[in-house]
Design a protein around this ligand. Structure first.
Ligand code: BGC
Length: 737
């Protein structure tokens, strides 16, 4: 299947008119207090939970996943509250429930949309078996900053990738029918620009231009909505001075009125009352008013709605119609989920958590997410290798390989690389010498240096497991320095002194920098945080049972000071090249100010990243040829049809990701130098060839012009098809009036 910008919406099998009637009739029987109750979401450990539910003061509970407890509180709602309205049970099911898949950034690196959808289906089945029917995912916050801890939870720097994978998660969670007891309502987040935090520091101010907001940040949300996303969560940050949770132009005017979105809009955790802290509202009452006017339906955790909405209605500051609309959206979701007819999960109807089928998907996705950044020949491990030194703090770190946001994952379920390597070593008669070397990825002191050197000396190969513990990425876990932490650089240097080939396997929640040791590494596998099945997945890759096939969903800088560095940048009036890059150390003393080229680069780091977006190596080789464009003059709404031949020219079965990029050469606003428009991951046997055909409606090439109108402009375009953002055969086409 080829992924381009058009998606069919999920079909809701339920008769929506029928549901609307049920909603109206129920609403007619509700007191104003009961209505406000539906807009309240409380954490599962709230001290008065039972009483609040019984009195109809709560619409949703989050973070209660003990099935007996879920059943108990749901029974209170359905059997003891006056109107018997079931609760929505919500949870952050971010990259798996009990079976943990790679972090979302790793999932994006697979470029395998079907597989990501399958993983989301597994997560939905596991979560719903415990009574959870609402997940606060996917997070599709486009970010260009690897310092930001939540990059781990995003699908990277490209809006198209975020949209494609976000929509895949929505489909996987919701299946094609929300009323299926195994369907999990998605909550696409965070609306909006949360990944644009200044300096990559979480919750920080987002100052963003209208064109970036409309052309980069918002399109993935639109794609998730088109895929049927049941709900959306607002963001913590302010956007150009207005907190996202009270942002009337963005929420009410754009999302509701212009886009016609009628799903549930949920605040983030206390983001309603945080408007006071932002300095936008004087008190919580005003915050409640702002959020309600912005059409935020449900307040997570804080208490502004339950405390002040009634007063605001009485004073006429808020109309009851606003409340009714919010209640209707929440009730509609409850009806769509079938909660009124079927409020309890029947565990007997569900497969076991963590069953073999689920683990198989986790292993495959972990494998496909790994990106091979370098290989001078040590991989796959040859039969001649008889002794391997396995070194590093991440080789046997079952908790850390799971990554951030794993509320329901357990380290006891995780299979570590060391465990899997030991198993293979037994079968193959290989001797393994293991040293953790550093207690944690942050630890400074290398333990047992002498022993490490001795064992490396008697090994044929070193597998060096570096990276970040899971706690170093995720919410509020940002870093100003994204270098490998602690003593890891020194460890790599110590290990390399023996002159044995060193293969680094890096597990991290973000792109880390490791310029100092890149030259001494013979091969690099970038594994993100791969999840429960990290061990078996990596062992197969290392021994060549499968070939790496991941591609970077984010640009890797050499140095943190290059951030933001991303592939779809603008050209500037003075773009740099290798010829014009004035190198710091080559500049003569007292050189005149304008002696050498004036182009857009750093004296010390030039203008190129360490690894480009879309980059990743394979054990095989591929050739892309016969690129053809069906017509090179097109009008708006015509379909741009491009075909290429992809051949596996190596001697191993392997998958390649064919990527299509375009550039509009000039426009009413300057356009990025490249933009990803479509891609396909193709698995080929040695010597096998396949034609790949891309069909893109030219509307997908549009953008917002200086009048903020969405336009597809006539003019010249370039197009590339390749296996990385920087490679590819170039063609030209034109859009005519
Ligand atoms: C996060 C959300 C999450 C919520 C509930 C917040 O801190 O920003 O993404 O869904 O907590 O756990």
């Amino acid at each position: 299947m080829i992924f381009t910008l058009t998606f069919a919406s999920c079909q809701q099998k339920k008769n929506l008119d029928e549901i609307d009637k049920q909603v109206e009739s129920l609403l007619g029987r509700m007191t104003i207090q009961e209505k406000i109750g539906q807009l309240v979401q409380k954490n599962g450990d709230h001290p008065n939970l039972d009483e609040l539910i019984r009195n109809g003061n709560i619409g949703s509970v989050l973070n209660q996943v003990d099935p007996d407890e879920v059943l108990r509180i749901q029974k209170i709602a359905v059997e003891e509250s006056r109107l018997e309205i079931p609760l929505l049970i919500g949870r952050d099911v971010i990259h798996g429930f009990r079976t943990i898949f790679p972090i979302p950034l790793g999932q994006a690196a697979s470029w395998n949309v079907d597989l990501v959808e399958q993983a989301a289906r597994v997560a939905a089945i596991e979560a719903t078996s415990q009574g959870v029917r609402w997940s606060f995912a996917p997070m599709i916050d486009v970010t260009r900053d690897p310092r930001w801890g939540r990059i781990a939870e995003s699908f990277g720097e490209d809006h198209f990738l975020n949209g494609v994978f976000g929509a895949a998660i929505v489909r996987g969670f919701q299946d094609d029918d929300l009323s299926n007891p195994k369907s999990l309502a998605a909550c696409t987040k965070h609306f909006a620009a949360y990944g644009w935090a200044e300096g990559g520091r979480d919750y920080n101010t987002a100052n963003i231009s209208d064109n970036d907001l409309y052309d980069i940040i918002l399109p993935p949300f639109k794609m998730c909505i088109d895929a049927g996303a049941a709900s959306i969560m607002t963001a913590f940050n302010e956007i150009n001075g207005i907190p996202a949770t009270g942002h009337v132009p963005l929420l009410r005017d754009l999302l509701r009125n212009e886009w016609g979105y009628n799903g549930v809009l949920l605040s983030d955790w206390e983001s309603v009352t945080q408007m006071v802290v932002h300095g936008y509202t004087p008190n919580h009452k005003e915050s409640a008013s702002k959020a309600m006017q912005a059409t935020v339906d449900m307040e997570m955790a804080s208490t502004a709605y339950e405390t002040y909405l009634l007063e605001l209605i009485k004073e006429g500051a808020i109309s009851e119609k606003l409340i009714d609309d919010a209640v209707k959206r929440i009730l509609r979701l409850k009806f769509e989920l079938g909660l009124f007819e079927n409020p309890y999960a029947h565990m007997g109807d569900f497969p076991e958590l963590l069953n073999d089928d689920h683990l198989k998907v986790a292993k495959k996705l972990a494998q496909e997410s790994v990106v091979m950044l370098k290989n001078e020949g040590s991989l796959p491990i040859s039969n001649k290798v008889k002794r391997i030194a396995v070194i590093g703090p991440l080789a046997d770190a079952p908790h850390d390989q799971l990554g951030t946001w794993i509320f329901d994952g357990k380290k006891e379920d995780a299979i570590t690389p060391l465990q899997s390597l030991r198993e293979i070593a037994r079968e193959k008669g290989i001797e393994i010498f293991y040293h953790r070397a550093l207690e944690l990825s942050r630890s400074i002191n290398i333990q047992n240096k002498q022993g490490i050197i001795r064992d490396v000396n008697r090994s044929d190969l070193v597998l060096l497991f570096l990276g970040e513990e899971s706690i170093l990425s995720g919410e509020s876990h940002c870093l100003a320095n994204i270098d490998l932490q602690g003593g890891q650089i020194e460890l790599a240097e110590v290990v390399a002194t023996a002159g044995k080939p060193v293969v680094a396997i890096i597990m991290a929640g973000r792109p880390v920098t490791f310029e100092a040791i890149e030259p001494i590494l013979d091969a690099i596998l970038y594994a993100w945080h791969p999840g429960t099945m990290a061990g078996p997945a990596l062992a197969d890759l290392l021994f060549g049972k499968v070939s790496p096939s991941g591609k970077l969903p984010v640009t890797f800088p050499w140095h943190v000071g290059q951030i933001p560095i991303y592939y779809n940048h603008k050209n500037t009036g003075k773009p740099a090249s290798n010829e014009t890059w004035e190198r710091l150390h080559d500049i003569p003393a007292e050189a005149p100010q304008l002696s050498i080229g004036n182009t857009s680069h750093y004296l010390d780091y030039g203008f190129e990243p360490m690894y480009h977006f879309g980059y990743g190596l394979s054990y095989s080789t591929f050739e892309i040829s016969d690129i053809k464009i069906q017509r090179n003059q097109l009008q708006v709404d015509d379909v741009l049809k491009v075909s290429v031949k992809l051949k596996n020219t190596g001697n191993r079965k392997a998958a390649e990701v064919v990527q299509l990029y375009t550039r509009q050469l000039f426009g009413s606003r300057t356009r990025p130098v490249k933009e990803l428009r479509a891609f396909e991951k193709v698995l080929l046997a040695p010597g096998e060839e396949k034609e790949v055909v891309f069909q893109i409606n030219t509307r997908a090439l549009g953008f917002h012009n200086p009048d903020m109108k969405f336009v597809v402009e006539p003019g010249q375009y370039h197009l590339w098809v390749g296996n990385c953002s920087q490679s590819g055969v170039k063609l030209e086409f034109e859009i005519v009036k």
